[in-house]
Design a binder for this molecule. Structure first.
Ligand SMILES: *[C@@H]1O[C@H](CO)[C@@H](O)[C@H](O)[C@H]1NC(C)=O
Ligand SMILES: *[C@@H]1O[C@H](CO)[C@@H](O)[C@H](O)[C@H]1NC(C)=O
Length: 503
């Protein structure tokens, strides 16, 4: 069995060598050894990768993990990223196997923060919130009844959702009347993977290659020395450690959440929201959006928006593209659907404010390198005329520990003094503007002519949609399944199964 699967894995890896985005990662899937202990009471899933997770050992137990050596294009035990510019060779397979030590109980010394570190027990929210409870911002609707996951109602976790559903076809109507540039999807969302698109990056407004932005993007905080704090890819079993730390320090942050994780761990999302953090859309399956068809982008955004609304009762007016991979087509789709893109900062000389914490989770660097990157970012930030936004993650314990143990404390003690606030606040938006249901601003997001049918049931259901109506009808448009992604997913499923010690 093991041999067969490894052979399949090798075949898939080779088959994928030219198709997998250099950054394409499964970073939205948390370690197979932790997922089963999340707060979700509804972790049933029909997908292979997630059922692998669901039946794997609990976090905090001694477990076998599989770690790919750096420089291969495999994913790691934590489902972490593939390094840019690496090449695959079958000699790198199978990955080496290590046995993790017993559960850690505290934040390790910086030098020990790595993909192989012992992880603390998954931490579950202890607060319970009843239907109707409201967060503290103006116009907030009450929480819906607690979310119950039913696999039949949602697309498969961590896959690009099908585009022929009634929901996606209903959301496609939100693009009517908007000028969506007719750009061919990029090959894989990377510059190297699509030299022709890269050569036209300025025209395309492609952020990935050269950092091209448009005035509608949020790329920094206007006030100097203000840090718009954010965490991507959760909710995870470690997010609660972060929430607790932020509360202790009386800080708030913006959480860019993945739809698949939202329906997996709804109570953690509720905790984020009710504790005063800002919630924003980070897609359903964390693919590079420029590489998807327009219908697929709509599906990725629409399902995540719907998941957040189901759990919290609100529809975000902002989004962040995974990998920062946005161009004028993806921007226009996002804006038409009522979501303003939020990026992370770059310096005029090309410095990108990415802490590289995800590279720690991937096993490519360790804590000290990522922390040094963060220190450089703050150093560079002091030279900027504006404030700044930094990329960090709450999907892995390594990245959460870097945040609560190192980067945030360092920033709090920094000279000159920094102001740490969530991104909506740093751009001076009242929290009510960040959700359609409470938003009273008619220009943020840009006017949504037909209103928004967040749940995709064929009826407009936001306040801003009062004047319109959209009758949903499935026109049976064919699904455009992306073969590369299908392969990528199979590859991941196998890696996850091996990592979980199931095979
Ligand atoms: C800015 O970042 C670069 C590259 O990370 C680093 O070498 C430099 O020291 C930083 N500048 C400051 C003032 O910290
Ligand atoms: C609406 O949002 C825009 C963009 O952020 C802002 O310039 C404007 O002042 C806001 N209007 C109101 C009434 O808050």
């Amino acid at each position: 069995m093991k041999f067969q699967v490894l052979a399949l894995f090798a075949a898939l890896a080779v088959a994928n060598a030219d198709h997998v985005h250099p950054h394409l990662n499964r970073r939205q899937d948390t370690t197979s050894s932790t997922s089963s202990t999340t707060s979700s009471t509804t972790s049933t899933s029909s997908t292979s990768s997630t059922s692998d997770s669901a039946s794997s050992p609990a976090a905090g137990t001694s477990t076998t993990s599989t770690v790919a050596p750096a420089g291969t294009t495999t994913t790691t035990s934590s489902g972490a990223p593939v390094p840019p510019g690496s090449s695959t060779s079958s000699t790198s397979i199978p990955p080496m196997t290590t046995t993790a030590a017993a559960a850690g109980t505290a934040i390790p010394p910086l030098s020990e923060i790595s993909s192989a570190m012992a992880t603390r027990t998954a931490l579950l929210p202890t607060n319970t919130y009843t239907a109707g409870a409201k967060p503290s911002f103006a116009g907030a609707p009450g929480l819906p009844t607690p979310f119950v996951f039913s696999a039949a109602e949602w697309p498969t976790w961590d896959r690009v959702p099908p585009t022929d559903s009634t929901e996606v076809q209903a959301w496609m109507k939100e693009l009517d009347g908007h000028d969506i540039p007719d750009l061919t999807p990029t090959v894989d969302g990377s510059c190297g993977g699509d030299p022709a698109a890269a050569a036209a990056a300025a025209d395309r407004g492609w952020w990935t290659c050269g950092g091209h932005t448009r005035s509608t993007d949020i790329v920094a905080c206007p006030d100097k020395l203000t840090w718009g704090v954010s965490f991507d890819d959760g909710p995870s079993p470690f997010t609660q450690y972060l929430i607790n730390y932020l509360e202790e320090k009386q800080l708030s942050a913006t959480f860019f959440v993945v739809g698949s994780r939202v329906v997996e761990r709804p109570t953690i999302l509720v905790e984020e929201y009710m504790k005063g953090h800002e919630i924003s859309v980070h897609t359903w399956s964390h693919r590079p959006l420029t590489s998807l068809t327009t219908e697929q982008v709509v599906a990725e955004l629409g399902w995540t928006r719907k998941a957040i609304k189901k759990v919290l009762g609100v529809t975000p007016t902002t989004m962040r593209p995974p990998f920062g991979d946005i161009d004028d087509r993806v921007r226009a789709i996002s804006l038409a659907m009522g979501m303003i893109p939020i990026m992370w900062s770059r310096t005029p000389v090309g410095g990108v404010f990415d802490t590289n914490d995800w590279r720690v989770a991937a096993g490519y660097v360790k804590g000290p390198e990522s922390f040094q990157t963060f220190q450089n970012i703050l150093g560079n930030a002091t030279q900027m005329d504006t404030g700044f936004i930094v990329l960090q993650h709450d999907l892995y314990e390594a990245t959460v520990d870097l945040g609560v143990g190192y980067t945030i404390p360092y920033a709090l003690d920094f000279t000159p003094k920094l102001n740490l606030v969530p991104i909506g606040q740093c751009v001076k938006k009242p929290t009510s503007d960040l959700y359609l249901e409470s938003n009273t601003n008619t220009t943020f997001p840009p006017k949504i002519a037909q209103g928004v049918d967040t749940d995709g049931d064929g009826t407009v259901d936001t306040k801003s949609g009062d004047g319109g109506s959209t009758a949903a009808s499935s026109n049976g448009a064919g699904s455009t399944v992306d073969v590369a992604f299908a392969f990528g997913s199979s590859l991941f499923a196998v890696v996850a199964a091996v990592a979980a010690g199931l095979i």
